[in-house]
Design a protein around this ligand. Structure first.
Ligand SMILES: Cc1cc2nc3c(=O)[nH]c(=O)nc-3n(C[C@H](O)[C@H](O)[C@H](O)COP(=O)(O)OP(=O)(O)OC[C@H]3O[C@@H](n4cnc5c(N)ncnc54)[C@H](O)[C@@H]3O)c2cc1C
Ligand code: SF4
Length: 420
């Protein structure tokens, strides 16, 4: 374990963040890890609990106390092996995972959780710096083949595991670059695309064949895949966004969040400008949806210097700290979350519903809304009708399900009641 009673002597220290005036002028990652010597002390806070509840929080079952201890003991080389034992891509999770492990850390009951996510990122970043992460092609091939459709984190992890087991893997991606939402959803200021590409290069060097620009279900049919491969993994993500069916939805300037986010990531990647650019520069921006996608729209908007940005959320404002009556430890706490983008500015408005949008010459100008009561009825609060300027409206209200048309239909995949 870390240091006996370490948590009694050492306080939790979070990573630093680059100053706001500096970071809104670029797209570089804004989180700056503590020095490694300091992180070793943070590792010492881990109690190596008899029942490590952090495990129950982590969907990957990461061996958290093991690598906390290895970092504390300055055994970084062993720490990356322990981390890679359960996690194909710690450089992604260390940067953008919401860290349910920390919410379920035993120290979170009456102290501050171990800074697990920061330690995770430090282990993998150091491993890359030291050259410890190298392509490791399988020692033998089974003669079996697998097609993985979709190159987001799910497809990449499935491809990595199948390849490791010795199967010949072909990864299909309809977009022009590998990575799914890591590439064209999550902004560079949270996850630098060089970090994504570095891992893609390793997977390719390990023998995974990557075919971009292939829309499976259109360019290649499900039957063709069945004929050519012994197994098919569908990892096509949840790509059908929830729409806002209100009058004025058709106006210019009203877009799905993903259309905006993809354009911004392509801009950062140096791609040529799109035919119909979506820009927040100098505009009154309204983001509808208070989740991660909305926050990423907010961060990107700040970097374009809008006239104003407002983020709307239908649900009531969450409690400032874990509400023990609703989500007691070790559950994921339903509480207010303030991302880097929120720290950078903009206004958050809760318990509001959009009724319609109005415009001039086909372009959105104003958004009309009113307050609502709590779920599940979200009843209108009479007399609260309001209007705000809205020249760019970004719809970030989540995703409904995977795309059915094409591959899913062709393969006759069984769907649940929600279409997944
Ligand atoms: C804007 C945004 C920000 C997010 N931020 C975070 C965050 O900070 N932390 C976090 O933990 N999670 C975050 N998430 C959620 C996270 O990105 C997703 O849970 C994750 O990417 C899902 O991975 P996936 O591989 O299932 O799908 P995706 O990443 O969506 O990848 C699916 C891939 O399949 C491809 N594809 C689809 N159909 C076909 C086809 N027929 N043929 C070929 N290719 C196809 C798509 O082009 C895509 O590349 C965010 C999501 C969004 C939208
Ligand atoms: S729950 Fe917290 S203190 Fe306990 S083993 Fe996990 S990280 Fe360490």
């Amino acid at each position: 374990m870390g240091e006996l009673g370490g948590f009694l002597k050492i306080e939790r220290h979070d990573p630093k963040k680059r100053p706001i005036p500096q970071r809104v002028e670029d797209f570089k990652e804004f989180v700056v890890l503590l020095p490694q010597a300091e992180l070793q002390k943070q590792g010492a806070r881990c109690m190596d609990c008899g029942i490590p509840f952090c495990h129950s929080g982590c969907p990957l079952g990461n061996l958290i106390p093991d690598w906390n201890d290895l970092v504390y003991r300055d055994r970084w080389r062993d720490a990356i092996d322990a981390l890679h034992a359960t996690n194909n891509f710690p450089e992604f999770t260390g940067r953008i995972c919401p860290a349910p492990c920390e919410a379920s850390c035993v120290l979170d009951i009456n102290d501050d959780a171990v800074t697990i996510k920061q330690i995770e990122q430090a282990i993998i970043d150091r491993a890359f710096e030291e050259g410890w992460v190298r392509p490791e092609p399988p020692a033998f091939r089974t003669g079996r083949t697998a097609a993985v459709v979709g190159s987001g984190p799910a497809g990449l992890a499935a491809a990595a595991q199948l390849n490791k087991a010795g199967h010949r893997v072909t990864l299909f991606e309809r977009n022009d670059r590998i990575g799914g939402l890591l590439r064209y959803g999550v902004p560079d200021f949270k996850l630098d695309k060089a970090v994504v590409q570095r891992r893609v290069d390793i997977l390719e060097a390990e023998g995974i064949e990557m075919r971009t620009g292939v829309d499976v279900g259109v360019d290649v049919t499900g039957d063709q895949l069945r004929e050519e491969f012994d197994a098919i993994v569908i990892a096509t993500g949840s790509t059908i966004p929830r729409d806002l069916p209100v009058p004025g939805r058709e106006l210019d300037g009203v877009h799905f969040a993903m259309d905006y986010l993809e354009q911004r990531n392509r801009f950062v990647a140096g791609d040529p400008p799109p035919e119909k650019p979506i820009s927040a520069a100098g505009k009154h921006v309204v983001i509808i949806g208070g989740g991660d996608t909305g926050a990423d729209c907010l961060g990107n908007s700040h970097r374009e210097h809008p006239a104003s940005v407002t983020q709307f959320e239908l649900l009531p404002e969450p409690a400032p700290a874990r509400p023990d009556d609703k989500t007691p430890w070790p559950q994921w706490p339903l509480m207010q979350r303030t991302s880097g983008a929120h720290e950078e500015g903009g206004e958050r408005v809760y318990s509001v519903m959009t009724t319609h949008l109005s415009g001039e010459d086909g372009r959105a100008k104003e958004l009309h809304y009113h307050e609502v009561g709590p779920p599940p009825s979200f009843e209108k609060v009479e007399g609260t009708e309001r209007t705000i300027p809205a020249e760019l409206v970004l719809l970030a209200m989540g995703f409904l399900h995977a795309q059915h048309e094409g591959l899913v239909e062709q393969l006759g995949v069984e769907l649940d009641g929600r279409g997944n």
